[in-house]
Design a protein around this ligand. Structure first.
Ligand SMILES: NC(=O)c1ccc[n+]([C@@H]2O[C@H](COP(=O)([O-])OP(=O)(O)OC[C@H]3O[C@@H](n4cnc5c(N)ncnc54)[C@H](OP(=O)(O)O)[C@@H]3O)[C@@H](O)[C@H]2O)c1
Length: 335
């Protein structure tokens, strides 16, 4: 649904969608009746049951950082609805679609936005959409891709071997909680850093050791790691250098003070020794395929913090934007 599409005409089928016409705070979002989109020949129409409100959505809502506008619309948002992930049921298949059928339970993700904070979306059948494994609910499926895609894009930028020692800072977040589970899948020994209330949760995700950041500074520990994954971007390479082994690598989900994680990869590569890698996420489909496999084997389960109805989307955004969520925040679309 683009911003230029007309509002519903009499007789057209409508749906509820969270709509805004400019970048800015969650208060700009209105849940409105709009026209249900019609799939093209190579698309499917999905009845969305659940989506998440995540940090990528916050970035797109506010256009933060500014550069995001090159992907989501320069002056105003290209899509009227926010939403980057979805889980639901295929209701219509385009004439050329052969890989999905009406009734398939499906899920997907696109980091530039899908307009999935709505009861229906259209998506290319060959795009970032897969069937939901049996036994996984719509809420779980919706909460699976965003954090895990970024987590996998930390891991696939380096060669994690079985037995490597890895520290994950911010292990209670969407990216961090996925990072812990994926690292366990790849055989790493995981030390996870989180707050006091989440120690047991993070242990249950497979962390070998947990550090309570409210009581202990992990950068002062007398231990070293092959990799430090700063999933919440609250530390720096400078602080983590002493806990990296020779040749060890620091990665962060944030640009860091003064945007240092953009230029440190080049500087540290030229110097040799301990290094910074800034993971640029790519290939969503490959991430979805891995996550799907791990959902099937039970090696990955998304952490769900709160669930909001679509009507309370602004409240969901405010909570996610606070940086206090544990794992994922789910939005359910209702009948
Ligand atoms: N590079 C990219 O492409 C990309 C994409 C998406 C997101 N991001 C960024 O990645 C970061 C993480 O995203 P997310 O969705 O995983 O975050 P999130 O779920 O919002 O992370 C919140 C969690 O981090 C914990 N936390 C806060 N401060 C901490 C600290 N100093 N040490 C350890 N844990 C701390 C919070 O616990 P408390 O309750 O204790 O505060 C909370 O559980 C965000 O900054 C986001 O903007 C980057």
């Amino acid at each position: 649904m683009t911003l230029d599409k007309p509002v519903p005409k009499a007789g057209k089928k409508t749906m509820k969608a969270a709509i805004r016409t400019q970048y800015g705070p969650p208060e700009l979002l209105r849940v409105k009746e709009v026209e249900i989109p019609v799939p093209k020949d190579d698309e499917v129409l999905v009845r969305v049951h659940a989506a998440t409100v995540n940090r990528t959505d916050c970035g797109i809502l506010w256009a933060r950082p500014w550069i995001i506008r090159f992907f989501t619309g320069l002056r105003k948002p290209r899509l009227a609805s926010t939403g980057t992930d979805f889980a639901g049921v295929v209701e219509v298949v385009g004439k050329k679609v052969t890989n999905f059928a009406v009734g398939n339970r499906v899920w997907g993700f696109a980091d530039n936005g899908l307009g999935s904070h709505a009861q229906y979306i259209t998506i290319q059948a060959e795009g970032n959409i897969l069937t939901i494994p049996d036994g996984i609910t719509f809420e779980q499926a919706a909460a699976s891709p965003e954090g895990a895609h970024y987590a996998y894009n930390f891991i696939n930028k380096i060669r994690v071997k079985s037995g490597d020692d890895v520290l994950v800072n911010g292990a209670s977040g969407a990216i961090g909680s996925a990072c812990v589970q994926l690292l366990r899948h790849f055989g790493a020994n995981v030390t996870a850093v989180c707050n006091t209330p989440n120690l047991d949760l993070v242990r249950s995700l497979g962390a070998d050791r947990v550090i309570d950041y409210l009581r202990e500074d992990f950068t002062k520990e007398n231990r070293q790691y092959d990799f430090v994954m700063d999933a919440v971007g609250k530390s720096t390479f400078g602080k983590c250098k002493p806990i990296l082994r020779p040749g060890g690598i620091y990665q962060s989900s944030e640009l860091g003070p003064g945007g240092q994680n953009i230029y440190l990869p080049l500087i540290t590569k030229l110097r040799g020794g301990k290094r910074v890698i800034f993971p640029i996420p790519s290939d969503v489909k490959a991430s979805l395929e891995l996550i799907r496999k791990l959902l099937e084997t039970g090696e990955f389960r998304p952490v769900i913090d709160r669930t909001y109805p679509l009507e309370e989307i602004a409240e969901a955004y405010r909570y996610v934007d606070s940086g206090k969520k544990t794992g994922n925040v789910v939005l359910v679309m209702g009948d």
